[in-house]
Design a protein around this ligand. Structure first.
Ligand code: ARG
Length: 465
């Protein structure tokens, strides 16, 4: 009798565990559309080159159409014993059309098949993300235009530094997203070479036409080295790198929203649509969506780290380790997509508390630089000395617990006799921001021009003239 403790299981145990660790169908069924698209392109090419007959091609096409219908309708049975999406579909095709199904895999291996499917999925997802970035940027630019003249404190070290406009602050994020979007576009351009036809790793002796399959799947050209084609996942690493940087940007805005909606700041309001209440503290409105966007960053960067680690020790070419690429790619890019959607919703929803922002903009002696600049401009004194004079006036205001524009002219003249009444024209927050007209500066008129530039650029992209 075999060991009673584990002997009964031993005969089947290892095989069952092998199936469990080996199968990827639980997650790679997401690739079914890409897999069928690849098989359509491949079989059409095989027929065009006389490698399979026109009748077999017809059967393969019809069978693939039916399978797509079944998967779409949710009636397809995915089987773990068939390991992955490629073999699940091929087995079903054999059930439907018999031996012709076996000819589909001529001059192809699961290695180039999976490389293609994953690449197509990443490409489709990058295209979707591109549209999401465009929408987010448009919503943000419109918000910026609407609030181009709303003043708020600009921060360095999270200390009030100089007044800025709310619109200017929002457009800073648009600039970052534009670069994120450009990084994804670069990645897309680089990935757009077709690995199909590399076969297992060495190419094939069949007279295939790789340019034909590449073109029919929307690629710029076929990949040039069959070993590289099946071994590499750098397009995925690049997409996840771009996603990580973009996630960092979304997280910084999310963090600002968390700060801005707090009772201590109250710079903006978010509606109930993007906040939740507390089950015990009735006064609370928690910015959960922003917090979760912030948290997704860890997850997205985790995907990049995990996949980089999977790849780093692999000799060429395909190794089974690479099956682990999919969950990281899916989770990383889908998390970014969700974070983008939630951010777009929050931005649309968000309204500035104009009065609070204005009061805050004037606190912390935020127009001190304007005073120093005035001293330089009007009295011709060196900036260093102006800085010193301003410091003393700030000291007076601080001692009286008031703002700079509330220090009397007499008190200012005690510090520097040349100061005149005119100085008060630069001490107000709105005068301060209106004066920042240098290119890229915060003056409302600049902000309006920049917001309009973004809006028309993004609109033009949507409907090119
Ligand atoms: N499920 C596999 C993967 O995701 C497909 C490729 C398998 N290739 C092989 N030679 N076993 O990577």
């Amino acid at each position: 009798m075999s060991n009673r403790m584990w002997g009964g299981r031993f005969a089947t145990g290892p095989a069952a565990i092998m199936e469990e660790i080996n199968a990827s169908i639980g997650f790679d069924q997401k690739l079914w559309k890409q897999d069928i698209a690849g098989s359509r392109a491949h079989s059409a090419m095989l027929a065009a080159r006389g490698i399979i007959s026109a009748e077999d091609l017809e059967k393969i096409r019809a069978g693939l159409d039916e399978i797509a219908g079944e998967i779409e309708a949710g009636t397809f049975t995915f089987s773990r014993s068939l390991e992955d999406i490629h073999m699940n579909i091929e087995a079903r095709l054999a059930e439907k059309i018999g031996p012709a199904a076996g000819r589909l895999h001529t001059a192809r291996s699961r290695n180039d098949q999976v490389a293609l499917d994953v690449k197509l999925w990443v490409r489709d997802t990058l295209d979707h993300l591109d549209g999401q970035f465009a929408e987010l940027m448009m919503v943000m630019a419109e918000k910026a235009l609407a609030h181009a003249a709303v003043v708020m404190p600009g921060f360095t070290h999270l200390q009030s530094a100089q007044p800025v406009t709310f619109g200017h602050h929002l457009l800073a994020h648009v600039e970052m997203w534009a670069r994120d979007r450009a990084r994804f576009r670069d990645a897309r351009a680089r990935l757009n070479e077709c690995p199909l036809g590399a076969a297992a790793l060495a190419g094939t002796s069949f007279p295939i036409d790789r340019a034909m399959t590449a073109a029919s799947l929307g690629f710029d050209r076929p990949t040039a080295n069959s070993m590289d084609s099946v071994a590499d996942r750098d397009y995925a690493l690049e997409a996840l790198s771009a996603a990580s940087i973009a996630a960092v940007h979304l997280s910084r805005l999310a963090e600002e929203i968390v700060i801005w909606t707090s009772a201590q700041f109250r710079f903006v309001k978010l509606s109930d649509a993007f906040t939740t209440g507390s089950s015990i503290m009735p006064q609370k409105r928690n910015p959960d969506a922003a917090e979760l966007v912030r948290a997704k960053t860890g997850r997205i960067m985790g995907s990049l780290a995990a996949l980089t680690m999977v790849m780093k020790g692999l000799p060429l070419t395909y190794q089974k380790d690479m099956q682990e690429d999919k969950e990281q790619i899916f989770d990383g890019l889908e998390s970014l997509s969700l974070a983008l959607a939630a951010t777009t919703g929050m931005v649309r929803d968000l309204e500035p508390e104009v009065g609070t922002l204005k009061r805050a903009a004037g606190s912390g002696f935020s127009t001190a630089t304007d005073l120093a600049d005035w001293l330089v401009r009007r009295l011709g004194i060196p900036f260093r000395e102006a800085h010193h004079v301003t410091g003393r006036i700030v000291g007076i205001a601080a001692a009286k617990n008031t703002t700079l524009d509330k220090v009397s002219l007499a008190e200012m003249r005690d510090v520097h006799a040349g100061i005149t009444e005119e100085v008060f024209s630069v001490l107000s927050v709105s005068k301060s921001v209106a004066s920042r007209v240098s290119y890229g500066g915060t003056a409302p008129k600049n902000v309006r021009a920049q917001a309009k530039r973004w809006i028309s650029r993004l609109a033009r992209e949507k409907s090119p003239a």
